[in-house]
Structure formats: C-alpha cells, structure tokens
Design a protein around this ligand. Structure first.
Ligand code: FNR
Length: 184
C-alpha cells in the first residue's frame, strides 16, 4: 500500500481547494491510500527552535508524518500571487533541521485552485520552485490549474463536469506513474 499525503494550502472550513482535494483523493487507484496532512496547527517557524528554544511537539509529529509518506499532493489557492503563508510555513518546518528534510526525495504533484480565471498560476509556480529546491520529483505535465472553481462544484462539493473529472483522473494517473518510477 502506498501512502499519499494531501497538503491543502487553505485553512478555511469551506475551502474550494479542500473540496477539489476531496474529489481528487477519490481518483487514486487500489493500492494507494490518501491522508490529509494538518498544517494549521504548526507554530510559525522560528530558527531559535533549533537552538535556545525547545522544538514544538507539533513540528516533530509533522516531520514524522511526512517522512512516512510515499508521495505528497499539494492542492493550494493563491494569496497575493504566491502560496498562502500557512503552506510556506509547513514547507519550512518540514525542511529542517538542515540536512534532515522530511520532504527530501518524495514524489510530488501540484494542483492550484482559484475562483478567478488565472487559476492561481503564481502560487503553482512559486510552490514548484520550493519543491524543486527541496529535491522533490514533481509531475511536470499535465499542469493542473483549476480556475473558476465555484462553477465546477455542486452543493455537495462534488465536481460534476465530465471533462474536469477526466482531466483530474489523467493527472492522478500520471502522478501514480511518477511514484512507481521513482519509488521502484
Ligand atoms: C486571495 N485570493 C486570490 N485569488 C487569486 O486567484 N489570486 C490571488 O493572488 C489572490 N490573493 C488573495 C489574497 C488573500 C489574502 C486572500 C484571503 C484571498 C482569493 C482566493 O483565491 C479565494 O479567497 C479562495 O477562495 C481561497 O481559496 P480556498 O480557501 O477557497 O481554498
């Protein structure tokens, strides 16, 4: 069984990104289990936690959780043309201590989500930049930009548009291929 962690960049209860992530989680084939990874409880990263201050227990739990994953799917909105601070904080927390990054070598995929029609392009590419640096092999094609998201979700938070579901399925299939190749 391969374990896929899903990190959602929004902490909002009714988050569109979370709803999209729920739809995508259902598209993984047999043999892959998904787990949503909490990031909203992580104290803001402070490098003093590596010295004079005690490491927060939430950091240790988070790092251990990431280390046990086979791959990570990021589903994020865009804040001011970049990723939300909560997501950047989680990346930073997981990347430390120096030389012991929990992200190192984990296969990854990015879906950016927006109610607007620019589809959170800026967040998608800023995140890609950090993940490249963190030495994570990332799905390159297809790129996943989900724009005008409010129009894609029904009352229950389900994506009903057949073309979008097919696209997300092909995206997940490509991710699974990457994981198989990389984790072989
Ligand atoms: C936004 N929003 C936004 N949208 C976008 O497409 N590009 C952007 O740069 C921004 N910037 C931005 C900054 C801040 C601080 C907020 C709160 C919002 C709008 C954003 O896409 C919208 O609120 C989404 O609904 C957020 O995603 P979730 O919470 O629905 O997943």
């Amino acid at each position: 069984m391969s374990k896929i962690g899903i990190v959602v960049g929004s902490l909002r209860k009714e988050s569109f990104s979370k709803k999209v992530a729920n739809n995508v989680a259902a598209l993984f084939p047999e043999g892959y289990e998904t787990e949503f990874i909490k990031i909203g409880n992580l104290p803001l990263f402070n490098q003093d936690y590596e010295g004079e201050l005690e490491t927060p227990a939430e950091y240790t739990t988070f790092r251990n959780t990431i280390k046990e994953l086979d791959a990570v799917l990021f589903v994020t909105p865009e804040y001011n043309r970049s990723v939300p601070g909560a997501l950047k904080n989680a990346l930073d927390v997981g990347s430390r201590p120096y030389g012991e990054s929990a992200w190192n070598g984990k296969s990854a995929a990015i879906i950016s989500v927006s109610p607007g029609n620019l589809s959170a392009f800026g967040a998608n590419h800023h995140l890609r930049q950090s993940l490249s640096f963190l030495n994570m092999p990332i799905v390159q094609q297809p790129e996943a930009y989900i724009g005008n998201v409010a129009e894609l979700l029904d009352q229950e938070g389900k994506i009903t548009n057949v073309g979008t579901v097919q696209f997300l399925q092909s995206f997940v299939d490509t991710f699974v291929e990457l994981i198989k190749r990389h984790n072989a």
